[in-house]
Design a protein around this ligand. Sequence first.
Ligand code: ASP
Length: 579
Amino acid sequence: MIWRTHMCGEPAKELVGQPLTLSGWAARRRDHGGLIFVDLRDRSGVTQLVINPELAPEAAELAHQIRNEFVLRAEGTLVARSAETVNPNMPTGEVELQVETLELVSRSTPLPFQLDEENVDETLRLRYRWLDLRREKLQRNIALRAQMVGIIRREMEAAGFLDIQTPILFKPTPEGARDFVVPARLQQGRFYALPQSPQILKQLTMVAGFDRYYQIAICFRDEDLRADRVQEITQLDVEMSFPDQELLFDVMERMYARIWRECLGIEIETPFPRMNFAEADARFGTDKPDTRFGLELEDATEATRGSEFGVFAGAEAVRFLRVPQELSRSDLAKLEEIAKEWGARGLAYLVYDEEGEVRSPIAKFLSEDELAHFRGDPATTVLFAADTWPATSRVLGALRSHLGHELGLIDEEAFTFLWVYDFPMFERDEDAGRWTAVHHPFTRPTDEWKDRFHEDPEHALAHAYDLIVNGNELGGGSFRIHEPELQAKVFDLLGLGEEEQRAKFGFLLDALAMGAPPHGGIALGIDRMTMVLAGEPNLRDVIAFPKNQAGVDPMSGAPSEVTQEQLDELGIKLVQPPQ
Ligand code: ASP
């Protein structure tokens, strides 16, 4: 007995007249005046089975029992469909399998939802994920992801990178999130941390002389979840010794070009444009600009220094967007809401109508010179932010990206890749009253800042870069500190005392002191990459078995309780029983 001679997507005119065996799932059954039609589906596609009670009475008898999602095996002869029954919308639409023998291989209980049903509640979908995954879109997304990962592996290997596996049970590796911790039974009272990334370990592979490392790594970050976040992210993690930024970028660009070519049939242009952080921030108000459209920020700080309008005159920065449209009051009210969400107190604007007349509550405070500075073409609206520089970036950056979508300025077919580099090295955590690393504490300062980052941490720049596509951050990386003294100095600035440095990162400092080569690398999010590639807005729909937004898996019920016996073995006492 064989299960199948072909996949369900394969039968075509050339095979007409041949005996075929197919196995798969019943996607649909229709009874038509004695004839029974069944759409038989597997991963490759669908073929129509026809069961004629006169030719195959036993099969017809069984066929009456078929319900959606039963697993069937059908043997028969492939026949051509008559001209009027050809289905041009189906790849196998010119043929059908005239069934001689039918087997109901396995049955299904009534389904919690139909596979072709739209807007099924996501919790229900996750609860029955094995069914949900049978749907065409999810099959496509997961297959696309596998195809992409295959290309990544081939490209990384061709470029001489070794796939090296690093441990999951480890020590905290800071990437700015909370750690997941795992109790160690054999060392009661101690805990492993799941890696937030293999950052330190991949650096150690460089100290160990492997020269080029990569891994498709899972990174665990215990974050409060938002719509576009998961706690287990998959990354293409890369590190190289004696790093050369152009070479690293080139390997990544070649990989992306091949992914886009082979997965989407699209040629993307390489090398990708590069822009430093300061320019991205000044022109787009963000470190991940969507460069599919213009609408860039402009600076009017100088032009408004002597303004009668106190809000402008007194602000650290006055910046604006010139929107090529005469916006209505209700448009402006909506934009003001968005501006407020991003921390603005209000939204000042100037609307120039078709005649070039200005309409605005603030116009009367502005001088002729100021008005001339902002005057654009007729039918434009100027939107202002007056605040600290970072606050104006935040507000106008958010308005810009909203308007890009709202006004249809974005070419939805386009993919614009961009490298952003020379990020600030530190940011101030006002609550904790100390500096934190923008990237991570192992990132090296740029050559220019190497000897004086501690004198002006606010302005110090890091040798770090991010890769952006269409305003989405695909990932980022940096050149690392390979000198133990420099690493200790950065730890110092971050407020880590000597003892804490030894306790947390002593092994790294020791390794750096034993002949560490210069090294650097990058990590790129596989989940996000699949979303962009598939045009899929739902992060969970590019992951086979995701958890929901509360970090719960509705399918298995994880996280779940453990027995008292397990707790005793671990030496753990619960303060509160689980709810
Ligand atoms: N470990 C970093 C991250 O996970 C990436 C890198 O610096 O290579 O974001």
